[in-house]
Design a protein around this ligand. Structure first.
Ligand SMILES: Cc1ncc(COP(=O)(O)O)c(C=O)c1O
Length: 259
C-alpha cells in the first residue's frame, strides 16, 4: 500500500497557503470597502488608489507612490523609466522569481545574473563588479523571502558607476535595512500585491515607490498609455492602471498593520 500522504485518505492535506482565517477576521470591513467603490462607480485611478499611494509611500519613507496593475508591471515600468532599451544589459541576482528577469527581457534587454550570498539568497554585492560591462544600463536588487538585501555596498556600487538602481520589493514589502524600509534605497522600488504577498490584494495589483518627482511623473504617464493629460500621449505607454476595488481592499489590510 502506498504511504504517500496524498494516496492515503487518513491524511488531511495541509494547504500551502490559506487566507480564510484572515478573511473571517476582516471580511465585513472588506465588503464595506468594496461596496464603497461600487457606490462611487469609479473603478480605476480614483480616490482609493490615490489614498493607497500616499499610505504606501509614507510607510516606505519615500516621496511618491505610483499604483500599477502588478509587481511585474512595476518592474517593467521602472526599467523603462530608468532608460533601459533593447540590447542593454541589466544586472540582477541568480536567485529570484522569474518575473525579475522576464521584466528585463520584455524590454528586449539582456538579464545578466550576479550570484547570491548562500546565507541569505540575496545579491552578493561583490558579484556586481565581476558582471558589469560597458553595456550595463541598470541594476535590480531583489529582497527575497522577507529579507532586505545588503543595500549599502549595492547603493555604493550603483552610485560609483552612475547606474540606476531598482529594488524588487515583491517579497519583502515593509522589511527594514539599517532603519530604512525596502524601496527607499534605489531610484525606484517595485511592490507586488499578489494575494500571497506580505500585503496581498484579492487579485493582481502593484506599486512603484520613488523619491524622484520626475520619475514619478513619467511612471504615472507610462502606466496610462503615456498620457500626461487626457488624450495627450507624449510617448507610447500601456495600460497598467491600479484597480479601485483592489486599492480599497489593500487599504483595509494596511490599516490593520497600524492597529
Ligand atoms: C521577487 C518577485 N518579483 C516580482 C514578482 C512579480 O509580482 P506580480 O506577481 O505582482 O507580477 C514576484 C511575485 O510574484 C516576486 O516574488
Amino acid at each position: 500500500m502506498s504511504t504517500h500522504p496524498q494516496a492515503n485518505p487518513a491524511f488531511e492535506p495541509i494547504p500551502q497557503f490559506d487566507l480564510s482565517a484572515q478573511y473571517a477576521a476582516i471580511g465585513a470591513e472588506i465588503r464595506t470597502a468594496i461596496e464603497r467603490v461600487l457606490s462611487s462607480q469609479q473603478f480605476v485611478l480614483g480616490p482609493e488608489g490615490a489614498a493607497l499611494e500616499e499610505e504606501i509611500d509614507a510607510l516606505c519613507g519615500v516621496a511618491h507612490g505610483v499604483g500599477v496593475a502588478s509587481g511585474t508591471d512595476a518592474l517593467i515600468l521602472a526599467l523603462r523609466a530608468c532608460g533601459v532599451q533593447p540590447g542593454d544589459e541589466v544586472l540582477l541576482p541568480t536567485s529570484t522569481f522569474v518575473a525579475t528577469g522576464s521584466a528585463v527581457s520584455a524590454l528586449g534587454a539582456k538579464p545578466v545574473f550576479a550570484d547570491v550570498r548562500p546565507e541569505t539568497y540575496n545579491l552578493d554585492p561583490s558579484e556586481l563588479e565581476r558582471r558589469v560591462t560597458p553595456r550595463t544600463r541598470a541594476i535590480i536588487a531583489v529582497h527575497l523571502y522577507g529579507l532586505a538585501a545588503d543595500m549599502d555596498p549595492i547603493v555604493a556600487f550603483a552610485k560609483s558607476r552612475k547606474l540606476p538602481l531598482i529594488e524588487d520589493c515583491a517579497q519583502a514589502f515593509g522589511a527594514v535595512y539599517k532603519g530604512r524600509r525596502t524601496g527607499s534605497f534605489g531610484d525606484a522600488g517595485c511592490i507586488s500585491f499578489y494575494p500571497t504577498k506580505n500585503l496581498g490584494a484579492y487579485g493582481d495589483a502593484g506599486m512603484l515607490v520613488t523619491n524622484s518627482s520626475e520619475l514619478a511623473a513619467r511612471l504615472r504617464a507610462l502606466r496610462n498609455h503615456g498620457q500626461t493629460a487626457k488624450y495627450l500621449s507624449s510617448e507610447p505607454g500601456w495600460n497598467s492602471r491600479l484597480d479601485e476595488i483592489q486599492a480599497a481592499i489593500l487599504r483595509v489590510k494596511l490599516s490593520k498593520s497600524r492597529e
